[in-house]
Design a protein around this ligand. Structure first.
Ligand SMILES: Nc1ncnc2c1ncn2[C@@H]1O[C@H](COP(=O)(O)OP(=O)(O)O)[C@@H](O)[C@H]1O
Ligand SMILES: N[C@@H](CC(=O)OP(=O)(O)O)C(=O)O
Length: 365
């Protein structure tokens, strides 16, 4: 079998049901030109996962984690089947490999599970029998076969896990932006696309909230030397950033309006909270100039987690904005999410980017 192509399409690809046929058309053309089997990881339609979370909490305000994982991951499964059926309509042979069929086994940390074992056999078999294998992002199972979730926005991680399992040297991640920019291009004017970014810089930027890439997916790529190519999710699927071992020193202003800084009475309390969040598999940053922890990306019940670990609850202090200059990061804290955008714009305006690269910014909303 030829080495499969591994592609991921994020939730922003599917604003409407018509988008499944549009993508099926693009994949159909690619199969015709490349004649290689294709593994396509897809995320849930925009808003579906959070819609399910809302429904879950309406029925039970404190659901068990295993139930959360079982329910929330179904949104991506719906998306996978919609893409498969769109491909069938175009005469392509496609199948869906859900979490329980995929060969990814995780620990039992149901909502932020970590992969502990990968069996490539199911993927290889499916790829030898079908032109396209569609994989719902974020899904896996624990050692007892119970559904687990790799966490919020974890389809990128699924894509890298699939690339690793099938031996692909490249994984293409498609989103509503064509690459990593010097700041969120939808919020910060003058943000510039970075054509080549090193694994370390990409991991650092995603740790501080550049949500175009999931941090653990970059770590997996680095460990197995898989190149990540970021592309736009609409035809002609323009390529922006390539992430590999090579990349120039970068300046950037990174933030996510959902992130939160928690202040603690002293360093010891902040350290315990940071440790507790880490044990839960969450991305948190311990600020070094104050007894605080930044919980990056939101969607976390920080109070419940602190209670679970017997940690004194931190006080919400605002939204972290990271000023990155090479490997040096300065953390700023904005009082609210709108202030974070204004602060990020000011910091970005003050950065000295070469004039030539101010042109050529490609963002399609
Ligand atoms: N530095 C950055 N570079 C590029 N995109 C960024 C950056 N910081 C934040 N983003 C945001 O990441 C978004 C893409 O990630 P995401 O919403 O998870 O897409 P998808 O649903 O396709 O997976 C973009 O719409 C952009 O607003
Ligand atoms: N169900 C996932 C889908 C996902 O990973 O999203 P995206 O690829 O769009 O970031 C989530 O909402 O977390």
């Amino acid at each position: 079998m030829k080495t499969p192509v591994v592609l991921k399409f994020g939730g922003s690809t599917f604003p409407t049901h018509g988008a499944y046929d549009e993508l099926a058309r693009g994949l159909d053309e690619r199969i015709r030109s490349e004649a290689r089997p294709m593994a396509v990881v897809v995320s849930a339609m925009h808003g579906e996962t959070e819609g399910l979370r809302g429904r879950l909490h309406e029925v039970n305000r404190k659901p068990e984690a295993a139930t959360g994982a079982g329910l929330l991951t179904t949104a991506d499964l719906v998306s996978a089947h919609l893409l498969a059926t769109a491909l069938h309509r175009r005469g392509r042979s496609a199948t869906v490999l859900a979490g329980h069929q995929l060969g990814l086994t995780t620990n039992a940390s149901f909502l932020w599970a970590r992969v502990v074992d990968t069996d490539p056999a199911p993927l290889r078999k499916a790829l030898s029998e079908h032109e396209v294998v569609v994989v719902p992002g974020g899904q896996a199972v624990d050692g007892e076969g119970r559904p687990t979730w790799l966490g919020k926005n974890s389809s990128d991680l699924s894509a890298l896990a699939v690339a690793r399992a099938v031996g692909s040297r490249v994984c293409e991640i498609h989103s509503d932006v064509d690459g990593i920019y010097t700041s969120d291009p939808h919020l910060i004017s003058g943000a510039q696309m970075l054509p080549r970014v090193s694994y370390n810089m990409a991991a650092l930027m995603s740790l501080y909230g550049a949500k175009v890439l999931h941090r653990r997916s970059v770590q997996l790529a680095l460990r197995h030397r898989i190149e990540i190519v970021l592309r736009h999710n609409r035809a002609p699927y323009g390529t922006g950033t390539t992430i590999s071992g090579v990349g120039t020193q970068t300046a950037a202003v990174v933030f996510d309006q959902r992130s939160l800084v928690l202040d603690y009475p002293d360093d010891a309390h902040a350290d315990s909270a940071h440790h507790a969040f880490h044990l839960e598999g969450l991305d948190t940053v311990r600020l070094n100039r104050r007894p605080s922890v930044a919980v990056v990306g939101g969607y976390v019940d920080t109070e419940a987690l602190q209670r679970k670990h017997g940690v004194k609850a931190g006080r919400a202090a605002g939204v972290p904005v990271a000023e990155v200059r090479g490997s040096k990061v300065t953390m700023h804290v904005a009082p609210g999410s709108e202030d974070a955008v204004r602060l990020a714009q000011r910091l970005h305006d003050a950065m000295d980017f070469p004039a030539a690269s101010r042109t050529g910014v490609r963002v399609e909303a």
